[in-house]
Write a protein that binds this ligand. Sequence first.
Ligand code: MN
Ligand code: MN
Length: 463
Amino acid sequence: MAMYDELVWKRRSVWETLSEDEKSKVMEFADEYRKFLSTHKTEREVVEFAVEQAKSAGFNEIQDGGDKLIIVNRNKAVAVVKLGRKPVREGVRIVAAHIDVPRIDVKQNPLYEDNQSATALFDLHYYGGIKKYQWVARPLAIHGVVVKTDGRVVKINIGDNPDDPVFTIEDLLPHLAHKAQYGKKIDDAVPGEKLDLIVASIPIPENENVKERIKLNVLKLLNDRFGIAEEDFMSAELEVVPAGPARDVGLDSSMIGGYGHDDRICAYTALRAVIEAGEPEWTAVALLFDKEEIGSDGNTGAQSRFAEHVIAQLLDVQNDLDYRNLMTALQKSQAISADVTAAVDPMWKEVHDLKNAAVLGHGLPIMKYTGRGGKYSANDAHAEFVAEIRRIFNENGVIWQPAGLGKVDEGGGGTVAKFLAKYGMDVIDAGPALLSMHSPFEIASKADLWMAYKAYKAFFESK
Ligand code: MN
Ligand code: MN
């Protein structure tokens, strides 16, 4: 038995290792996270939350100085930084997550009236990897901004307040779906251009000679409430997201179901970790990116030079900014790419290599590499770095498990890891495992949520 315990690695259920005291901390932390998840559904809303939380913990915008700093990039990406005892030029510790989520965006010229069905609709364009059939026949909310030509930003948030109406994308009744849908491939059964949002059905009473009176009524309602006209849609970013709060799942309330765990579960835990980390040896950086779901492109994504710019600004705060220090700091940094992975799916086990797949509630998955096929597009963390991460987690009571996204040749995916690795830093993927990833109702374990927080905090606090 002693030899068995010494030699054999065992995947452990977090629930079976927690003390009663820690279990109540898990549940309390999960309640706070669930509230956050219920109300912050766009990248802009998460940036606002991060800035608010950091400021109330004594962090300042970078231009205001201090050793606890916030750097915002166009309200869609943000770095929250606690300067360490070592100078930044010796490298920093980064936990990077993304705050964009697959969704359906409102097009630039979206509003139209359909005469035959007597409805007004918004034309939509999906963002990221959604299964389109999951988005029809369910309550949806609109979150976003409309920017007026005078620079005024009008915030829109309809469908998540219990008194609000919601919106919906309708689906064809089964009675008439035989030819139109049943014979088709699942992805073609609900084509992208049929994902349009029903927004109204009452025509405006006056203006009898106006052709599209339902459309005009929508514009009047929007104008009364938000002061906007149709042209303002051109400079709007409106995201259609599942309406309603995240919920506890299971008789034991061990899980949270909701929209956007990927990757707000990591963004939230990284943010809490940097705010709550004790005076760190190394500068701690929670780095929250936009656009991961569409390839990390754009100037708020991880392929922009935002990470580099953050380090440059930190060096500048320490009067240490030159090209060599910048490159050295990046090269010597270490990063956790905090992004979710797949949990063993009870209904579709055949896609997993069960020995190397993450199990819900069994701790923080560590993914040495991501990618697809022959490890294409992977960041493959070096064994030396994996060992260091393993040491930090073991020394701090973090339950972790190895993870891979699926069987070899089954599919695959990437994270921001490879874009950070370009700078020369060591990067490893570690984030909770989910069921129903990218769906409107993703499932995470409260135990894994807690272990992610513990892990990121331990990483920030480690020597
Ligand atoms: Mn992700
Ligand atoms: Mn994703």
